[in-house]
Design a protein around this ligand. Structure first.
Ligand SMILES: [Zn+2]
Length: 284
């Protein structure tokens, strides 16, 4: 993705190279030093292994969250954690291949990760959520981490996306606010991983939903045999890049406010070089 904001206003000094540390590919002393510095913000992409029609990969939500988290971590010089590839995608259980975990597991997983990061002296945790079903369980985790004074945590659900969708969308949505395996998600995947998009398998689906759709728990497979909700035909990489840029741009002021409310205890402007302390940060 091309999102690379030029101006970062969050109250943390830029790193020397202005980029993130990717924990998956970095030795522990380097990650430990970054975590206890003023840049010690950890970014956790939280995805799902969920059907996305016959033309997009099961990992669509994970790959998208990972890209957004990477851009944000780069912008703030934070630590990028490996993505969680599974989420609460209960309403897609009728599509074989979808692998869903419970809401309680999503909450437990993210809370445990927050506790562990706090023990490393991490300043704050930013969870970039890629799937609708994870929203409530992730908010619950953020509350637990705050209530127990473990670690400041914020959950980002793609801020700025709805506004940009209103600008770029050419096809009709299958339902208000429903973006699944259609123009929007296909555009994002064309921007991020075009080789994973089976453009020869595009098909549209506009189900007739009951009046209580989205209000009561409901499986999706009776409404769309393919798993597509809407029409991917007008998708493009340009739209995908515009959407991703908009999400990153809208996320930065939110993170600015979040970090201003949770100031670093590290020496301003100097990255810590000692081994990490075992005392976690506490919420204000
Ligand atoms: Zn999705």
């Amino acid at each position: 993705m091309n999102a690379r904001p030029t101006e970062v206003t969050a109250d943390i000094p830029p790193t020397e190279d202005g980029s993130s540390l990717d924990a998956l590919h970095t030795p522990w002393p380097d990650v430990a030093s970054r975590l206890v510095s003023a840049q010690g913000v950890a970014f956790l992409p939280f995805g799902a292994l969920e059907q996305h029609g016959p033309h997009l990969p099961l990992g669509t939500d994970t790959l998208t969250a990972d890209a957004v988290a990477r851009s944000l971590a780069d912008a703030l010089g934070g630590v990028l954690l490996p993505p969680i590839h599974y989420g609460d995608t209960w309403n897609n259980a009728g599509y074989p291949g979808t692998v869903s975990i419970s809401a309680a597991t999503v909450t437990a997983l993210s809370t445990d990760i927050g506790r562990s990061l706090a023990a490393s002296g991490t300043r704050a945790l930013v969870i970039v959520n890629g799937d609708w079903g994870n929203q409530l369980p992730l908010y619950t985790a953020a509350r637990i981490l705050a209530d127990d004074g473990i670690l400041p945590c914020i959950v980002l659900n793609y801020p700025g996306m709805d506004e940009k969708i209103a600008e770029v969308r050419e096809s009709k949505p299958a339902a208000p606010g429903l973006n699944h395996a259609e123009e929007i998600e296909t555009s994002i995947m064309l921007a991020l991983h075009p080789a994973d998009v089976h453009t020869d398998r595009y098909e549209a689906c506009y189900p007739v939903f009951p009046a209580d759709f989205g209000v009561r728990p409901m499986q999706l497979d009776p409404f769309s045999p393919s798993g597509v909700f809407g029409d991917p035909a007008s998708a493009s990489a340009d739209k995908g890049n515009a959407l991703l840029d908009a999400i990153v741009s809208a996320s930065l002021p939110i993170l600015d406010a979040f970090l201003a409310a949770n100031p670093s205890t590290a020496a301003t402007g100097t990255a810590a070089t000692s081994t990490p302390t075992q005392t976690g940060h506490t919420s204000p």
